[in-house]
Write a protein of this length. Sequence first.
Length: 237
Amino acid sequence: MQTRPLLAKDLMTRGVLTVPPGMPVNILAQMLTQRGISAVPVVSETGQVLGIVTEADLLRRLASAEDPKKGLLAQILSSQNRQAARYARTHGRTAGDIMTTGVITVEEETSAAHIAHLLEEKGIKRVPVLRQGKLVGLVSRTDLLHAVLDPPPSIKAEAGTEDEQILRAIEDERGRQPWSNGAFVFADVTDGVVRLHGIVRSEEIRRGMCMLAQRIEGVKRVIDEMSVTSGVVMPGL
């Protein structure tokens, strides 16, 4: 059983292949193909991350050949800075020319949950891991699957009979989840079997309530007797 949350240092791929900013693009593309990798960090001589080159950066270079020609008005209205930046990246000759800059990075002690949040929020597939500002690894979406294999811990209940403990734990967890305010739901517990009945306003809240009950330590089974209504549900009414 995992005794602490998984961290970047537990999941990261070590010994990551890196390239200098001056590496020619054609050699870089050949390297990605031969190694079967989809991205490579670009680092300085001192090991600091300057950017990252991905398959998307290389494909953007190829796709630019069929960029539609803009009319005069469109050119005036569009950002010249943006046009110039795209031109430089799609016609660059080195890794430093075409790399994506402003790379999101994490530290070795960053939790897997926070990394997953960053990947989802920023729409990226991987993050470099740093130690004192220098690259020591890379965490990708694939690496995070190892964290998924370690299930969330059960929620422990306080003192009382077992069924009372379960019921109290359900109510305590509901108090920590704002979305459950949209559920007019009651729970009955008998011999570890939780019966949920009442009204919720969406299938998502219904599934959330079932999962909440299932996470409570000692629960043997959850019986869903909830009804979904499209109206606004106000608890306590």
